[in-house]
Write a protein that binds this ligand. Structure first.
Ligand code: BES
Ligand code: MN
Ligand code: ZN
Length: 502
């Protein structure tokens, strides 16, 4: 869907549908909604009086205009309580409207007012960005491999504003929102793509093409380069696969900040996780195509960071490997040594995410990072702990954890702080090596974090376990249609913009 900004009154707009809004409890609409109500002879006021529309969040209603205004349909969307209204609510309302409009089969074009810029009292640019993000994220469709395409939603959305003084801010906000939504959609595409298409080589090719288009520096290490760098643990995970590994390094270095201490983002990029010799159950194994969700978030975030010219040096690193069983595969019981020289005893080849991260986290020490944040679909256990409502946030540094939690609050990409008690290291101690890669089911989520922490090299670090956030089987949230969510892109972008060091 294409999005643009236009200056005119919403009642003269000739799109197939226009979107206006209403706060909960309002009986006489004002602003643009009031203008439409008057033009329709009080139809909106009568709808409210009937009790059929209350303005609650997550609700909408359609009115047919009988040629009284330019558009044939009006979609009224609820903004919820005025007291609780914020950018998260504006973004969500735009998504609710986008989804509702998408379900009207005759609508190929629609126009919307900026949610919250008038009566809502939000900053016009920020409200326009939220409106654009909501509209575009709700309209996302995954890649299709079918001879006949599924029905498409609206092709265009115009953001309409009458006030000339606000136009430049709204234009800037919509452009930023479109850049953010494009990055989230790319992350969703990476995750949606199956393992036979998005293997490590293909992922690296796509990241490199994105980097060329956005002005990021991009270095790709192949298997030989990873070997020379000493990534013996990660390469053991890769050994059972015919698809060679790739280590992607993206760099955003604004002028004058080229040598500043970077924020380093690291993503787990297991393009398919069979479990290896510790083979997974067949049920739901197909979904292990999403085991590169951390890498997708990092590559997507770097795309947005470059497009929005964030004034900070940021590195994005994705370790892309396929975990397969064959005659060359690594085994339970194997002892491995990686980049840091620390040794690991393998208990389960299915606990591979922490293994590839061990070498990625060892590698990034060379950048003298201001902070390192890794994202990984690491454990099923995080879903037992937090369900699908938040990712777990583990950190060795309080300031970094606070910065992440604040970014989560602002973006609505939720994080919940998880403990890092020293006792969680106990279950992964072994006489054979410095650490083993599984400590059994109990405390599985915290022992995985302690394992990774063991391979950090002195820098402030946080680990986000996003295993239950990268994919959704429901349409409960209008911002994330069924399938890949793109979780983490907006969170990391916000962190990069706001983080002031630890
Ligand atoms: N990729 C999985 C984690 C996962 C599970 C992600 C379910 C999304 C949904 C990870 O590599 C894994 O297999 N973890 C094991 C660890 C265990 C073997 C210690 C797990 O969580 O069961
Ligand atoms: Mn696994
Ligand atoms: Zn995995």
């Amino acid at each position: 869907m294409q999005i643009s900004v236009q200056q005119h009154s919403i009642i003269t707009d000739t799109s197939d549908c226009i979107v206006v809004n209403l706060f909960e409890g309002v009986t006489t609409p004002g602003g643009a909604t009031g203008t439409v109500d008057t033009a329709l002879g009080g139809a909106i006021s009568r709808l409210i009086a009937s009790g059929d529309f209350t303005g609650k969040m997550d609700t909408s209603a359609v009115l047919y205009t009988n040629n009284q205004i330019g558009a044939a349909r009006v979609l009224l969307v609820g903004l919820g309580s005025a007291a609780k209204f914020d950018l998260i609510a504006a973004r969500r309302a735009a998504a609710v409207a986008g989804r509702a409009v998408g379900r009207l089969s005759g609508v190929k074009s629609y126009a919307t007012i900026v949610h919250g810029a008038g009566i809502g009292g939000l900053n016009a640019r920020a409200a326009a960005q939220a409106t654009a993000e909501g509209a575009l994220l709700s309209a996302y469709r995954p890649p299709q491999y079918r001879r006949t395409a599924l029905p498409a939603g609206p092709l265009t959305c115009s953001v309409v504003e009458l006030d000339a003084d606000k136009l430049a801010s709204i234009q800037a906000g919509v452009e930023a929102g479109a850049a953010v939504a494009a990055a989230v959609s790319q992350a969703r595409n990476y995750v949606s793509e199956p393992g036979n298409i998005l293997n490590p080589q293909e992922f690296a090719a796509r990241a490199s093409a994105m980097a060329a288009a956005t002005g990021l520096a991009c270095t790709i290490l192949d298997e030989a380069a990873m070997q020379s760098a000493g990534m013996g643990i990660a390469l053991a995970v890769s050994r059972g696969s015919k698809n060679p590994p790739r280590f992607i390094i993206l760099e955003h270095a604004p002028k004058g900040l080229e040598t500043s201490a970077p924020l380093v983002l690291v993503g787990k990029g297991i393009t398919f996780d069979t479990g290896g010799i510790s083979l997974k159950d067949p049920e739901n194994m197909w979904l292990m195509k999403d085991d590169m969700g951390g890498a997708a978030a990092v590559v997507g975030a770097l795309q947005a960071i470059a497009r929005l010219q964030v004034p900070r040096r940021v590195l994005g690193v994705a370790i892309c490997i396929e975990n397969m069983p064959d005659g060359n595969a690594f085994r339970p019981g194997d002892i491995l040594t990686g980049i840091t020289g620390k040794t690991v005893e393998i208990i389960s080849t299915d606990a591979e995410g922490r293994l590839v991260l061990a070498d990625a986290l060892g590698y990034v020490a060379r950048y003298n990072p201001a902070a390192v944040v890794n994202l990984a679909t690491l454990t099923g256990a995080i879903g037992i702990a937090l369900g699908r409502q938040a990712a777990g946030c583990f950190a060795n540094n309080d300031a970094l954890q606070s910065a992440l939690l604040a970014a989560a609050q602002r973006t609505g990409e939720r994080l919940w702080p998880m403990p890092m008690y020293p006792e969680y290291f106990k279950p992964i101690e072994t006489a054979m090596a410095e650490v083993k890669n599984s400590g059994g089911r109990t405390e599985g989520v915290s022992t995985s974090a302690k394992f990774i922490e063991h391979f950090t090299e002195g820098y402030p670090w946080a680990h986000l376990d996003i295993a239950s956030m990268v994919w959704t089987d429901t349409d409960d949230n209008p911002l994330t249609p069924k399938g890949a969510t793109g979780y983490g892109v907006r969170l990391l972008l916000d962190l990069a913009m706001e983080f002031s060091g630890v």
